[in-house]
Unconditional design. Sequence first.
Length: 592
Amino acid sequence: MKPGTLFSSIFTRLLLTFLIVITPLYAMTLLMNRMGAEQNKREIANSLSSKVRAYTDGLELEVQRIVELEQDYIVDEDLLELSMAAAEMSDYERNRAVLNLQKRLKVMRASSPYIADVRLFVPVMNRTISALHYDTTIDMAQFQTFRQPANAKTLLLQDGRLYVSLSYGSLPSDGPTRTMFVIVAEMSSVRIGEAMDRAFDTDGGQAGASLLIDGESGTVVLGGEATTAAASEWSAASRLIADVRWWNQDGAARTETEWGEGRLTVADYSPYLGKAIVAVLPESRVVGPLKLYERWFLLFSLIAAVVILLFSMRIYRLIHRPLVKLGFAFRRVEDGSLNFTIQHRKRDEFGYLYASFNDMVGRLDNLIQDVYKAKIRFQQSELKRLQSQINPHFLFNNHFILSRLIKSQNYETAERFSRYIGEYLQFITRDAAEEMTLEREVAHALVYIELQTFSFASRVAVDVGPLPESARQLLVPRLILQPIIENAYKYTFERKIAGGRLGIRFEAEEEGLVRILIEDSGDSLDDVAIEELNRRLTVSPDDAAESTGLVNIHQRIRIRLGPPSGLRFGRSSLGGLLVELTLKQTKGEEPS
C-alpha cells in the first residue's frame, strides 16, 4: 500500500468518526422537528374543524330564528287583512296596514346582522312590501321561486344570493292567486363571509378563505368577485368541496378534513341549510412557526457543515499533510533519491520526526556515496581496461579484409565495411558516456556482428530478433552485449569449419524486466563448465582475479540496475552456451 493511500485512509477515518458522532444528533433533531410539525398540524386541523362545526351550528340557529320570525307573520292582523280583503279596504286602511308591516319588517331586518332585506309578496294586491322600500308591483318570477314546497332546503340560492322564505296558503297548479302571501328574508352573503373569516382566522383572499357552498348546485357563495374566483379554484382542487353535492343527496351531516395543494381544508355539511361551510387555510399559516424553526435548523446545519469543513482542514494541516509529506519523502528514498531534506516550521512531534528523517537520509547518503564512488572507480578502471584490450587479431583481420576488398575492386562492399569499422572504433573509444540506451547498445552489437560476418562468411548463421519498443530507451552500462557476442565468436565459431549458429532474442515481461537471450551452437562446453561460470557470478566485486570478461559485465549491470538484473548461464537449445542477460526496466533519456 502506498503511504499516501494509508494516510488518506487515516484522515478519512477521523472524518467518518466525527460524522458518526454528529449524524445521530442531527437526525434526532430533524425527526423531532418533523414530529412537532405533524402534531401541530393535527392540533390546528382539529381546532379549525371545531370552529367550523360551531359556526355551522350557530348559522343553523340563526336561520331557525329567522324562520320563526317569519312564521309570526301568519297571525299578523294587518297582513291577513291585506292578503284576504284588500279590495274591501279603503286607501287609508291599506296604506296604514302597509306602513305597519314595513315597521315590523324593519324590526325583523335589524334583529339579525345577516339579514340584508325582508320582503312580503302579496299576490291579491299585486304588491311587494320591503323593509327598505315599497314596490308597487310584484316580481312574478321571484314569487314563483319562493313558493317552495315544505321539504325544500331552508337556505335558498337564487341568482347568487341567499334567501329564507315562507309561503302561506295553498299551492295548486292552476296559479298563484290562492297563495295569500310569501315572506322572504334576503341574507347578506358578504356579512356571512366576513363572519366566517373572523371565526376561522382567514382573510378572504388567496392566502386563505371561508366558503359557503350550495349543496345542490355546488356553487360557491361569497361576497366579492375576486374572492369567489379564488374560491372556485380551490373548489376544483379540493376533493371535499367536490363531494358537497354527493353529501347533499346523502342528506347526512358530516365534518371532514383534507390536506393537499399546500392547504388545510375543513368542510362541514348542514342538511338543514342544504349548504356546506368550508374553511381553507394555507399550510404556511398552520406550520408558520415551525417553518421559521426549520430555517434556523437549516442555518444551524450550514454552520455545522462549515465547522466540519474547518475541522477537516485543521486536521489536514496538523496531521494529514505532514504525514503525507513524510510518506512521499520515504518514497523518494525508496526510489534512490537522497539529496533532499524535509522542513517543518513548528516545534512539535512532526518537527522531531522530520529532523530525525533528515539526519538518517544524510548519513545514508554519505554511506552510499562512499560505496558508490568506489564502485564507479572500479567500473571506470574496468572499462578502460576493456577498451585497451581491443583484440589486435580482430583489427588485423579487418584490415586484411578491407585490403582484399579494395584489390578485388569491390569498392561498394569495401566502403560499407570501412563504415562498420569506423562506427565500431568510435563506439569503443568514446569515454564521455558511461551509460546509453539499450537501442544504441544493440546497434553497436549488430555492427560488430556485421564485421565478423565478413571474416566468418558462411561459417556462422546469425538470427537476431526484434527489440521491443518498450525497451528501446532503457539506460544500461556501455559494452555489455558486444563482449558476450565476441566471446561466442572467439571460443566457439573460430573452431568450427561450418554450421555455426548464433541466436539473439529479446523478451519484455510484465514485471518491468527485459531479458536478452544469446545462444550459440558450440559443442565444447560441458555442464561442469557452465556451473563454474555461474559460480563466478557470485564472487565479490573487489576480487580482481575473478572480475574479468563476462563476470565483469554481470557486476557492472548489478551495480547500475540492481537485482534481479545480471547474467545467468545455461545450456542453449542449439547445443552450446546460453547467456541470459536480465535488465530491470527504468526509462530514461539518451545521454548526450
